[in-house]
Design a protein around this ligand. Sequence first.
Ligand code: ASP
Length: 462
Amino acid sequence: MSTNESYKGYKGAALDTLKQFEALVWSDVVISTEKAEFTGIILPRSEAADPNHVVIKLRTGYNIGIEASKISNINIEGRKEAHYKIPEKAFPVDPKKPRVKLFGTGGTIASRLDYRTGAVIPAFSPGELYGSVPELADFCNLETEKLYGVFSENMGTEQWAGTANAIGAEIERGVKGIVIGHGTDTMHHTAAILSFMVQNSPVPIVMVGSQRSSDRPSSDAALNLMHSVKAAAESDIAEVTVCMFGPTSDSYGLLHQGTRVRKMHSSYRSTFRTIGDFPIAMVDRTKITPLRDDYRKRRTDKNVIINTAFEEKVAIVYYYPNMQPDIIDSLIDNGYKGIVIAGTGLGHVNKPLYPALKRAHEKGIHVYMTVQTLWGYVQMYVYDTGRDMMELGVIPSANMLPEVAYMKLCWALGQSNDPEIVRNIMLTPIANETTEREPSNGYLILQGGIPEVEEFISKYRK
Ligand code: ASP
């Protein structure tokens, strides 16, 4: 008998359509509209969802909504109720293994969908994680704590400071490594601010996420978790890093330095790239292979320094040709204290912006220049225009990535408003956010570049 429970969450036109064809939730169906046919499984709807769409999971793993009024037929081919409970198994404790703490902040890695409420439930207890990724027990004794449950666009001052303090407390308790589960979209922002808020860590602090959720066959969640937990438990890299897929295949993960990493692709699993340097290390399930040796090494003391200072009135301005000066004016008028410009080329903006920049400087606003090319340095001595801008008080920030400069300026202005002190904080590297030179082949090697391209070509070369 079909009760409304069998049409979980559907209402209005969508519910009427499902009832008309007796298509229950979890039915395997072919839905016809005037223009196309869609094959997949009818998913439950969240209670807050609109009444006009039927949502199915396509064979590819993607979910789509089909407007109920356009549906001309639903052919039912079968039905299999899905259970979203992850099998829980007690995480085995081995006194010889190091204690690793996994903090959850949210994002796809932490999510399985509660179809009733549409809420994302974190699958984060050690038992759940062990049930789905038993390999984690090979590396450590895992403890978990959910700090937040947000998609990463909702991370902000409270969450950054809270995470930094939680890391500090765990280091005090003698943890041997920390993993932070995080949405991928803004993971590089959080990695940057944690690199400033948490200094001199004696243990690895490894951020991890997943581009595809664990209900999809191509999910990167399990492997990323294994790599990051291994790096936290066993590596001697006591830095804030991001651990995600290296190449598009699943052959290894890369550990990227927290201030030199950026999400570069909206959907590839190999989305994170080190910019302006090499990644710190390659990680697979059996080994960690450092690619550099200039990282901070693991120690046995607990002398971490936590400084969660943060000024919120800071903005990034991504310059584009024909930008109008009122953009800068409105920041001045709204009480902004700092502006990071991502300029074109070596660090340029157009001349009409100069009077506004002058006014910003006179009002005591701290203005720093970065480059939107991401690779390479701001060079304001090359053209007269650069020199003009420096006279207006714009300070070049070497090869600091725009988002990193933004985070650092927020952190610096949280500590002082004195231009000299702020300048000194901004231009003194703390965690490799500025470097003396960038490797010329850095963006090709081990980043989906030469080895991967060679391997690809060799398959087709006769
Ligand atoms: N929108 C998600 C987030 O950043 C995507 C992800 O987790 O990959 O939280």
